[in-house]
Design a protein around this ligand. Structure first.
Ligand SMILES: Cc1cc2nc3c(=O)[nH]c(=O)nc-3n(C[C@H](O)[C@H](O)[C@H](O)COP(=O)(O)OP(=O)(O)OC[C@H]3O[C@@H](n4cnc5c(N)ncnc54)[C@H](O)[C@@H]3O)c2cc1C
Length: 392
């Protein structure tokens, strides 16, 4: 028997260091996360605080960033780590993505030296948690419509507004909040603000009743006359392109990550099909089953090759936003299709938390939607192909 990776000779494309990182994260995921994941998912919880220092010790928080206690790993190595985490659950990878690719990246890219020194080492170590508040109740795909405002009052800033669907929001020590800042110019522009937990007027309420990403903490943030000092603004943030650049980083992790969930589903389906007997022989020995498995293996392997190609481009500093969109759309769309197809192979057992497939499929509904929905990425690719902007 060969794995999909072996079928596509993928390990041969990785350096020794990349294989080591992948194997280290896989071991941690197998020993520390996998035994508990079904229980966390069922309870709708995630021990982010408890796990963050362990993830920090492995160098997974802000892994691709340089300095300030961050690992400074390659983009490809970061992608491979995301894949191993998401093979356990998209919720785990989401926690790591939001901490490193969104909150820490925003501070690293746009923060002052003091802000970087204050927050990044603790965040890299997993002692401090961050979240990234861009989406609002009425504005997700179109964040430029956001209503959250920051106005000056003397030297201070005063923020009002609300943010929704914010991963890690209820446990974060610091929220990176995006708001239109009125700075006395012609038009307010989007800027990032660092809002420490406990600031008067700032509350984070956990969102319940999710049927997807249950092993992930998601919150609604309220900002009601939140007064911040002048130096709370991220000085390098200038316009909507600033949060969008952070999203591009997180999307890149998803290109690899979603395929981890698909890989786990396929492994579970193959394992099940080899032992489950129907009409007196193993399910795996039926042509219909093999056709499903072969087709899924092709999509998974092609997705892995595309992810690696994009990783190499990113490491050379050559990747474009459209290329990241291409990978995000392909990985999430194929991963959810694979998860659903694997579910059919497991029959009724496929709907049980005793197996990972429907948990992954449900999680992938969120992964398909956040960091730019599948439709938004189709529009990005469509615009690149035609030069015609079909967003409006
Ligand atoms: C579990 C979870 C965690 C999240 N974590 C975060 C977080 O940490 N921080 C954060 O800021 N946000 C977060 N989000 C929010 C996420 O980024 C948004 O849900 C996403 O951007 C989509 O926005 P929306 O839900 O408002 O959908 P909408 O923008 O209302 O879209 C609804 C539908 O319309 C489609 N659509 C939109 N525009 C067009 C168009 N021009 N043409 C055709 N179709 C269109 C969309 O593709 C979608 O199918 C999270 C979401 C989830 C589910």
């Amino acid at each position: 028997m060969v794995t999909v990776e072996e079928l596509f000779a993928i390990p041969a494309l990785l350096s020794e260091e990349e294989r080591e990182i992948r194997d280290t994260v896989a071991r941690f995921a197998r020993q520390r996360l996998r035994p508990h994941i079904a229980e966390w998912f069922e309870a709708g919880t995630f021990p982010a605080r408890e796990l963050a220092p362990e993830l920090g010790r492995l160098g997974l928080l802000g892994m691709h960033l340089d300095g300030y206690g961050c690992a400074g790993a390659s983009a490809t190595a970061y992608g491979l780590a995301c894949q191993e985490l998401e093979a356990v659950d998209s919720g785990v990878r989401s926690m790591v993505s939001v901490q490193g690719s969104l909150a820490m990246t925003a501070i690293h890219k746009y923060g002052s030296e003091e802000q970087k020194q204050q927050w990044l080492p603790g965040m890299a170590a997993g002692e401090l948690l961050g979240c990234f508040g861009l989406t609002e109740p009425d504005f997700g795909s179109n964040p430029g419509g956001m209503r959250t405002r920051a106005v000056r009052d003397g030297d201070d800033w005063v923020l009002d507004g609300s943010k929704m669907w914010i991963t890690n929001g209820s446990v974060a020590d610091v929220a990176v909040v995006w708001a239109y800042a009125d700075e006395g110019g012609d038009r307010p522009r989007v800027r990032g603000f660092l809002v420490p937990a406990g600031t008067p007027g700032f509350t984070a309420r956990e969102m319940r009743h999710k049927l997807s990403l249950r092993a992930s903490l998601t919150a609604e943030l309220s900002l009601d006359g939140v007064r911040l000092p002048a130096d709370a603004v991220l000085p390098g943030s200038r316009g909507l392109s600033s949060p969008l650049a952070c999203l591009s980083e997180a999307r890149f992790g998803i290109v690899f990550g979603a395929l981890g969930a698909a890989r786990d589903c396929l492994a579970a389906a193959i394992d099940y099909a080899r032992t489950r007997e129907v009409f007196d022989k193993p399910l795996a020995a039926y042509q219909l089953t093999q056709a499903k498995l072969a087709d899924m293996a092709l999509e998974l392997g092609k997705g892995q090759l595309l992810a690696l190609h994009l990783g190499r481009l990113k490491d050379r500093g050559e990747i474009t936003a459209e290329q990241i969109s291409t990978g995000k759309l392909n990985s999430t769309r194929e991963a959810i299709a694979i998860a659903r197809e694997c579910r059919t192979i497991l029959g009724a057992n496929g709907i049980s938390l005793d197996y990972p497939v429907l948990r992954h499929a449900n999680n992938l509904e969120s992964v398909l939607t956040y960091e730019g929905t599948a439709e938004v990425h189709q529009l990005v690719i469509g615009k690149a192909l035609t030069d015609a902007d079909a967003f409006r």
